[in-house]
Write a protein that binds this ligand. Structure first.
Ligand SMILES: [Zn+2]
Length: 97
């Protein structure tokens, strides 16, 4: 098997966190979440190879705005159904407005 889509990073201080290889984070203040197929962020000049994998907390908040399919795939792997449900409701409220 290849690298897992979602990886858990143990952190004794904070209890650990999830990241996903399906997204990465650049150094912009806004819109810093990129799907894996973006090679570079033109505004800040960071490339995929320089950037860290995205935290799942960021994907929860911004993922569907970037790539809905990748977000769903990452959530499936992480087993984050409980986070997905309130988030999906928020999205449908926005779309229905
Ligand atoms: Zn950027």
């Amino acid at each position: 098997m290849t690298t897992p889509i979602v990886q858990f990073h143990h952190d004794p201080k904070h209890g650990g966190h999830f990241t996903t290889v399906l997204f990465w984070e650049c150094q912009c203040e806004e819109d810093f979440l990129h799907p894996v197929y973006h090679r570079e962020c033109p505004p800040c000049g960071i490339t995929r190879n320089q950037a860290p994998d995205a935290g799942m907390g960021v994907v929860v908040r911004m993922g569907t705005q970037v790539d809905e399919r990748l977000t769903e795939a990452a959530f499936e792997q992480a087993g984050l159904d409980s986070l997905w449900i309130p988030f999906a409701e928020g999205v449908s409220q926005v779309e229905g407005a």
